[in-house]
Design a protein around this ligand. Sequence first.
Ligand SMILES: NC(=O)c1ccc[n+]([C@@H]2O[C@H](COP(=O)([O-])OP(=O)(O)OC[C@H]3O[C@@H](n4cnc5c(N)ncnc54)[C@H](O)[C@@H]3O)[C@@H](O)[C@H]2O)c1
Length: 259
Amino acid sequence: MQYTGIKNKTALVTGAGEGIGLAICELLLKAGANVVLNDVDEELAKKASSKLDAMHTGTCLSFFGDAGNIETINKMVDFTLEKFSKIDFVVPNAGITLFGDFLEFTPDSFQKVIQLNLQGAFFLAQRAAKEMIRQGIGGRMVLMSSQVGLRAYHNLTAYGMTKAALQFMGQNLAYGLGEHGITVNTIAPGATLTERTEKEQPDYEGTWSKLNPNKRVGRPEDIANTCLFLLSDEASHINGQVIPVDGGWTTAGKYPEDL
Ligand SMILES: NC(=O)c1ccc[n+]([C@@H]2O[C@H](COP(=O)([O-])OP(=O)(O)OC[C@H]3O[C@@H](n4cnc5c(N)ncnc54)[C@H](O)[C@@H]3O)[C@@H](O)[C@H]2O)c1
């Protein structure tokens, strides 16, 4: 099925030089949207956006900068409006995963996690909502939580807290912005095979194929497909929801230490 309401829309996706964000940009471009692809790694952002731009009908531009920084967020939205004259979709996808024992977790690590995962998503959503209300044509936001915002997990307390908070933020924004035709939903990805996760854990794919009830690891496309649906017209009555895309892990999946 081809979703409607994507063509000629303008999307801003953060943390999209690789991994889940990149897969979301690719599907959006394939469906005819114009995309601003943000990443904190300038080379990665440029390389990804020029590759996608050449492959698809929509236009892809890169915006380099820290998606947790409020000044950068405002510049990123200004850039989107300057280049495409409107903003329809926002996906604050950039997030940092810092593992660490609760008893040893440092204030510096805590601030890093909060700054990107919460401050970044909050102020991007705030600025985008102001523009969407001013435009008067509605809009869509998809927040990026995690399965560990739904179930406790070893050494991810701060990260899990931010991801749980994003789910609550999504509910509140849906309640407050619905009357403006803006929907806000949250995806809670399960363990997803990306360049980063592959490096973080030995045999990531093999391990998660054993832990997930559906016996496979998640792929960036699994998350991107759900995101595209939530951005489409077909999902216009879904608002304030959290959608786990995790192969069933949050039902009763096992932990790595159970193996
Ligand atoms: N991969 C997973 O298994 C998984 C599971 C659950 C939730 N998530 C969430 O999904 C989102 C994407 O995950 P991923 O694994 O694709 O991400 P990732 O860690 O691979 O990062 C993707 C991109 O974000 C960029 N980035 C990092 N910090 C940034 C910043 N401050 N500003 C802008 N860009 C920045 C990186 O350079 C990278 O290119 C994150 O919010 C993550 O917490 C991922």
